[in-house]
Design a protein around this ligand. Structure first.
Ligand code: ATP
Ligand code: MG
Length: 741
C-alpha cells in the first residue's frame, strides 16, 4: 500500500506525507499538490502508521472539498474506515461539536443556525426595537461590524467599552440586543459556531481535553485563510499532541475582509519552533506559460517577501490570451464564442470551462450569452436553491417544527400563507412578548392558556391561536413521522400549492411549486436515519451548504464563479473577466495598500486555476451601477510583461487560427452566441461541419427524444453525445440519423 500511496508523489511531497508526528507546515504555490498531499497523508496515517481514523481530523475550505476528500479516501481505504474520519469545514465541525457540548455553555442542543438572510431579518427587528432608522443604519453594515468583532472574539460588552465613533455606538447597542435575541430564539449565526466553540474550549478544560484526546492528528487545508477564532481553535486542539499539519500559500490569501489573518501562516514557525517546514515547487496543474504570467503578477507585489519559483513539466503550452473587448457585451459574447469553438473543435467539453469574475453582478451578461448559445451552465453562488423564497418559507416551518423558539422563522411564516395576522398584530405580539420577557412562541402559548391581559382583538387572537396550534402540532409530530411524511403533512395542512397560485401567475407558481417539491426530494436522502433524527440532520446540512457546494450537482456544464469561490479548484480552460480599474482592483480597495494587494492575490488565484489555457479579458466600456462608463484596464495587467500575452481585439478574434465553429441548422437556434439586437455582439461563426450543439433537442428513431450534451468532430464525422430519457449515448452523426426537433 505504501508504495502505491507514495508512487505518485515527488520526494518533497513524500516527505510531507510520511512526517507523521509533530508540527508540519507545507508552504507552497498553487497546483503544487498541497491538497493532494493532505489526502494522501490521511491514507498513509491509517494504513502505514496504524493510526485509528477516529483520531484524525481534517479541515477543508468547503463542504464540497470535504466530500471529495472523503470519496477519494473511500476509494483508497474502503467505506468502513472513511466513516470514522472527521472531515469537514470549520463551521460544520464546530456545529457538530456544539450539538454535543453546547449544554456546558448553558444553551440547548437543538439550536438553529441563522444564515445571512435570517441575520438581516433579526437585525431589522433590533433596529425597530431600538428606534433606529434602517436607512441611516444599514443592517448589513452593522452585521458586518458585528461579524468582524466576533471573528476577533470581541463580545458585546467589550465592544461597547471601545467604541470610537457614533457608528460604533450604534453597533454596540445593536450587538447586545442582537445576541440576546439570538439566544432567545435558540439560534447561532455562522460566526457563533466558531466563537462559541472557542469559548467552550476556554471555559471548560475537561471538554477540551476530551476533544484533544479524540483528535490527535489535525490537518488544515488553505491555512492562510484562517481567522483568529479558527486559529485559536486549532491551537487549543493541537496543544496536547502537537501533531498539527497545515498547508497553505500566503500568496493566495484572499479573505482578509472576512477576518482571515495572513500572519497565522507566517507565524507558524514562531508558534511551533520545532516545526518541519516543507516547500513544494513543482506545479502539476498548469502550463509554464500560465505560470509565468501568474508569477510575474505576484512577484510585482511590493509586499512580496520572497519570490517563489514554480516550474512544471507540463510544457510551455499556449500563451495567455489577453482579450480587449469593446464593451461588456462584447466580452461576454467573445467568451461564449470561444467556448463554442473549443467544443466544436473537440478540445473541450462544457464542464472543462470556467468563467470567473470579481462580482456576482457580472454573471448576468455572461448568462444571457450562454442561454442564447444553448450552452448548459451553472452559476455558483447565484440565487441559491436554499435561498429561494418559497424554499425558505417551507424550511422556516420545518425549523419551527424542530425548534419553535426560532423567532426569525416564526416571524417569517406567521402570516404566510396569509392567515389574517397583519403587521400590527405582529408588532403587538413582539411588544407583549417583551413585556412578559419570553420568546414569541412562549407568548403564543400564554395566549392559548387564557392569559387575560393580552393586547389582541378577538379576531387577531383566534388567528394567532390557529398558528400556534399548527406549530405545536408540527413540533409534536416531528419525532413520530419520517421527514418526507412530515413535509407532505405540512404542505397539505398549510396548502402551500394553493398559496403559490394565489400569489404568482401560473408559470411562476408552477416553478416555485417545483422548487418546493425539489426540497421534498432532498429529504429522501435522510430516509435511512432513525425517524427522530431525520429532521435535525436535514436542517443541519441545509444550514451548512455553502455556495461552492452546489457545484457538483451538475456535471458537464460551464461553471460561472466568483474569484473568491474558485479557490482550490482547477479547470482546463479559464476565462477571467473584467480585469479593469474599479472592478479588479475593486473600487472599494483602491485606497489602501493592503486591500489593493489582496485584489492582486485574487487575480493570482483566478489565473492559477487554469490548466491548459487562460484568457484574461477587459472591456473599454461597461455598465456599472446602472451607468455605462468608460473603463481602464487594470494596473495589474501592466505588471505582466507584454511578451507573455497573445493580445486579441475584436478584429483579431476573427484571425484566430482554424476556428471550427458550430453550424446552427435550425432557424430557431440560428442566433449568434450573444445579444444580436444590440449590434455590438460577436460575428456569427462561419458554418462548418458540426451540425449539433449542446442543449439542442433531437429525435432518434429507436431511442426517442433527447438533448445533445456535447458534440465533437472526429475523422470526418461528428460524434454526438445525447442524453435520452433512459441514459446518455455517444452516437456518430452519419449513422445515427438524428433529427433536430
Ligand atoms: P491550490 O493552492 O490551488 O489549492 P494545491 O497545491 O492544493 O493547489 P492540488 O490541487 O493538490 O494543488 O494539485 C493540483 C493538481 O496537480 C491536481 O490535479 C493534483 O492531482 C495534481 N498533482 C499534484 N501532485 C501530483 C503528482 N505528484 N503527480 C501527479 N499529479 C499531481
Ligand atoms: Mg488546494
Amino acid at each position: 500500500m505504501a508504495t502505491d500511496l507514495l508512487a505518485n508523489l515527488n520526494p518533497q511531497q513524500q516527505r510531507a506525507v510520511t512526517t507523521v508526528t509533530g508540527p508540519v507546515l507545507v508552504l507552497a504555490g498553487p497546483g503544487s499538490g498541497k491538497t493532494r498531499v493532505l489526502t494522501h497523508r490521511i491514507a498513509y496515517l491509517i494504513t502505514e502508521a496504524g493510526i485509528d481514523p477516529l483520531h484524525i481530523l481534517a479541515v477543508t475550505f468547503t463542504n464540497k472539498a470535504a466530500r471529495e476528500m472523503r470519496e477519494r479516501l473511500v476509494g483508497l481505504l474502503g467505506e468502513a474506515v472513511a466513516t470514522d474520519l472527521t472531515v469537514g469545514t470549520f463551521h460544520a465541525i464546530c456545529a457538530r461539536w456544539l450539538r454535543r457540548d453546547i449544554i456546558h455553555l448553558g444553551r440547548e442542543r437543538d439550536f438553529v443556525i441563522y444564515d445571512s438572510d435570517d441575520q438581516e431579518r433579526l437585525m431589522k427587528r433590533v433596529l425597530r426595537e431600538l428606534n433606529l432608522n434602517e436607512k441611516q443604519n444599514p443592517p448589513r453594515a452593522i452585521l458586518g461590524a458585528i461579524s468582524q468583532a466576533k471573528n476577533e472574539l470581541v463580545g458585546p460588552e467589550e465592544f461597547a467599552r471601545h467604541t470610537r465613533s457614533y457608528f460604533d455606538e450604534v453597533v454596540a447597542r445593536c450587538y447586545a440586543r442582537y445576541q440576546a435575541l439570538l439566544r432567545e430564539s435558540n439560534a447561532l449565526d455562522f460566526d457563533d459556531l466558531l466563537g462559541e466553540t472557542v469559548r467552550l474550549f476556554r471555559e471548560h478544560p475537561a471538554v477540551l481535553a476530551h476533544y484533544q484526546q479524540r483528535y490527535r492528528f489535525l490537518m488544515v487545508d488553505e491555512y492562510q485563510d484562517t481567522n483568529r477564532a479558527q486559529y485559536l481553535l486549532v491551537r487549543a486542539l493541537a496543544e496536547r499532541e502537537r501533531n498539527l499539519f497545515v498547508v497553505g500559500d500566503e500568496a493566495q490569501s484572499i479573505y482578509a475582509w472576512r477576518g482571515a489573518d495572513i500572519r497565522n501562516i507566517l507565524q507558524f514557525e514562531r508558534d511551533y519552533p520545532d516545526a518541519t517546514v516543507i516547500m513544494l515547487e513543482q506545479n502539476y496543474r498548469s502550463t509554464q506559460a500560465i505560470l509565468d504570467a501568474a508569477q510575474a503578477l505576484i512577484n510585482a507585489s511590493p509586499q512580496r517577501k520572497y519570490a517563489k519559483r514554480l516550474w512544471t513539466t507540463n510544457g510551455k503550452g499556449e500563451q495567455v490570451i489577453l482579450y480587449e473587448a469593446a464593451n461588456d457585451e462584447d466580452e461576454a459574447s467573445f467568451v461564449v464564442g470561444e467556448i463554442l469553438r473549443l467544443i466544436a473543435e473537440g478540445a473541450a467539453r462544457p464542464g472543462d470551462c470556467a468563467i470567473m469574475y470579481r462580482t456576482n453582478a457580472q454573471s448576468r451578461l455572461v448568462e444571457e450569452a450562454l442561454v442564447q448559445a444553448h450552452l448548459p451552465y451553472h452559476v455558483v453562488g447565484g440565487v441559491r436553491f436554499y435561498e429561494r423564497k418559497e424554499v425558505k418559507d417551507v424550511l422556516a416551518y420545518l425549523r419551527l417544527a424542530a425548534n419553535p423558539y426560532d423567532s426569525v422563522s416564526l416571524q417569517r411564516v406567521i402570516n404566510w400563507p396569509g392567515r389574517g395576522i397583519g403587521e400590527r398584530t405582529v408588532s403587538e405580539l413582539i411588544v407583549w412578548a417583551r413585556q412578559l420577557g419570553v420568546p414569541l412562541y412562549q407568548a403564543l402559548s400564554e395566549l392559548a392558556g387564557d392569559a387575560a391581559d393580552h393586547p389582541f382583538a378577538a379576531r387577531a387572537r383566534s388567528a394567532l391561536l390557529e398558528f400556534y396550534t399548527l406549530i405545536a402540532d408540527l413540533n409534536r409530530l416531528r419525532e413520530m413521522m419520517a421527514l418526507g411524511d412530515l413535509i407532505d403533512y405540512l404542505l397539505a395542512r398549510v396548502e402551500v400549492q394553493a398559496a403559490l397560485k394565489r400569489e404568482y401567475d401560473a408559470d411562476e407558481a408552477d416553478d416555485r411549486w417545483r422548487n418546493v417539491q425539489e426540497l421534498r426530494n432532498a429529504a429522501l436522502a435522510y430516509a435511512n436515519l432513525p425517524v427522530e433524527n431525520q429532521l435535525a440532520a436535514f436542517l443541519e446540512d441545509v444550514a451548512l451548504i455553502a455556495d461552492v457546494d452546489s457545484l457538483d450537482r451538475h456535471t458537464d456544464v460551464v461553471t460561472c464563479i466568483t474569484l473568491h469561490q474558485a479557490k482550490g479548484l482547477e479547470f482546463p480552460y479559464v476565462f477571467v473577466l473584467g480585469i479593469e480599474e474599479g472592478l479588479l482592483p475593486h473600487s472599494r480597495s483602491q485606497t489602501d495598500r493592503d486591500s489593493l494587494e489582496e485584489e492582486r492575490r485574487l487575480l493570482y488565484v483566478g489565473m492559477t486555476r487554469a490548466q491548459r489555457r487562460l484568457y484574461l479579458c477587459h472591456a473599454g466600456q461597461r455598465a456599472l451601477f446602472g451607468r455605462v462608463t468608460a473603463s481602464a484596464r487594470s494596473r495589474f495587467l501592466a505588471d505582466i510583461p507584454p511578451a507573455l500575452f497573445k493580445p486579441l481585439r475584436r478584429r483579431g478574434y476573427r484571425a484566430l487560427p482554424a476556428p471550427q465553429p458550430v453550424m446552427f441548422n435550425d432557424r430557431s437556434f440560428n442566433q449568434p452566441p450573444a445579444r444580436r439586437e444590440s449590434g455590438r455582439s460577436a460575428p456569427l461563426p462561419t458554418p462548418l461541419k458540426a451540425v449539433f450543439f449542446p442543449g439542442q433537442r433531437v429525435r432518434h428513431a429507436t431511442f426517442g427524444e433527447g438533448i445533445v450534451v456535447s458534440s465533437r468532430l472526429i475523422e470526418g464525422d461528428e460524434e454526438v453525445t445525447v442524453r435520452f430519457p433512459d441514459r446518455e449515448r455517444r452516437l456518430l452523426a452519419s449513422f445515427a440519423r438524428l433529427e433536430p426537433i
